[in-house]
Design a protein around this ligand. Structure first.
Ligand code: AMP
Length: 397
């Protein structure tokens, strides 16, 4: 049984259901260019509508300072209605006189979208008066926006204290997957952390070494660890000032019994662009004018061998500059090996964070992993071991 309330616990028929969703989708000239986030919230919306609730969607869009038509959710309505196969009634403000009238006029099973909650400063401030004004439009509150759950805003956290609160199906799936990744994982557990810089992932590394059995470090951040071990990384992206911090993380890992694996070879080049002249070198042979831009074949082989010994993988960040071929090679190879083991039922694999989703899509494995989280900041804060206020508020008391 989940530790938080879900739609299974809610009596939805005839109720006004405020549903916080993530509609922060990419747009170009007022048209939605990627519907991934819309597609993810459809099950929750449909279930509430089918069970006879009035679905009242709340969401933010962009970072407006006050009302700004550029950030109006009105532009999302056609894509949302198309995906649902059902009309969506748009209401020009999330509080005030218009919303209650439109909600009262709507029939059970109909869907309304209220204007951007961030047109009011009270949303991000979690202002009690604003929370009250939002709550006046609903009988129940459902949060289906994991990606916004690391923020204690009125629409992501405050409402859960004024109305009976439940996790939507997407939030539920995300929480169950993340729990299987780190809270109650099948062991041994491996974390793969890559990406550009150690400085952005210090807390994450500090938390992981205490929770996982193996930590594979890749990407630009591996260079900082290599340099701290005395390896010459040439002109590679490297935070030399964090050498002491890298050594501390290594010590912490040792104390916790977590094995840290760094690349043993690399793809190096003199230019940061697609398809430059490049070579494969042992990690101790990087030239003074060369940059490490991807892990090499021996490192990939070691990662895959290790993978065959673990039951759970949690992954954030690419092994190399994967946007520039051929420096996507290690990321793609390891992603494919992970996907194969998941397909064989031998592995639970959870990946997330902005660039990681792009990397998994690029490798063509996003559908094969156990779960790919599209949440950026919330996923990282979860990996850092932080309590997410929007999730905490849904816990069974
Ligand atoms: P992050 O947002 O921290 O996950 O970092 C992702 C970015 O790190 C991607 O844009 C990659 O191109 C970049 N990256 C990964 N490895 C390297 C590397 N060895 N050198 C430079 N950039 C890298």
């Amino acid at each position: 049984m989940p530790a938080f309330r879900t739609l299974d616990d809610a009596d939805l028929a005839g109720k006004r259901v405020l549903v916080r969703v993530d509609l922060n989708v990419p747009t170009e000239e007022g048209r939605v260019t990627d519907t991934t986030r819309i597609d993810r919230i459809l099950p929750t919306i449909r279930e509430i509508a089918q069970k006879g609730g009035k679905v009242i969607l709340l969401a933010h869009f962009g970072r407006p300072k006050g009302r700004d038509e550029k950030n109006s959710l009105r532009q999302i309505v056609p894509a949302l209605a198309h995906a649902l196969g059902q009309p969506v009634i748009f209401v020009g403000d999330c509080v005030g006189t218009e919303a209650p009238k439109a909600i009262a006029a709507a029939k059970n099973g109909e869907i309304l979208l209220l204007e951007n909650t961030r047109f009011h400063a009270g949303d991000e401030a979690n202002d009690p008066e604003f929370v009250k004004a939002l709550a006046a439009n609903g009988d129940l509150y459902v949060n289906d926006a994991f990606s916004a759950a690391h923020r204690a805003h009125a629409s992501t956290e405050g409402l859960a204290h004024l109305l009976p609160a439940y996790a939507g199906r997407t939030m539920q799936a995300e929480l169950e997957a993340l729990s299987a990744g780190l809270d109650n994982p099948a062991r041994p557990v491996m974390a793969i952390v890559g990406g550009a810089k150690v400085s952005t992932k210090l807390e994450l590394l500090g938390n992981l070494v205490q929770k996982v059995d193996v930590l594979i470090i890749g990407g630009g951040m591996a260079n900082t660890f290599l340099a701290a071990r005395g390896v010459n990384v040439g002109k590679s992206l490297c935070e030399h000032d964090l050498a002491a911090t890298a050594r501390e993380i290594e010590e912490k890992a040792k104390a916790a019994g977590c094995e840290i694996i760094l690349p043993v070879d690399a793809l190096v080049a003199r230019e940061f662009r697609a398809n430059p002249g490049h070579r494969v070198v042992s990690i101790n042979e990087v030239g003074p004018d060369e940059m490490i831009l991807d892990a090499g074949p021996l490192s990939v082989a070691e990662a895959v061998l290790k993978l065959n010994t673990v039951k759970t993988v949690v992954w954030n960040g690419p092994f190399g500059a994967f946007e520039l071929p051929p420096f996507d090679t290690a990321t793609v190879a390891v992603a494919k090996a992970v996907a194969e083991r998941v397909r064989d039922g031998k592995l639970v694999a959870v990946a997330g964070g902005g660039d990681t989703v792009a990397a998994m899509n690029h490798a063509g494995v996003a559908e094969d992993l156990t779960y790919v989280s599209t949440a950026g900041g919330a996923f990282l804060e979860w990996m850092e071991g932080k309590a997410l206020p929007g999730v905490e508020a849904l816990r069974k008391g």
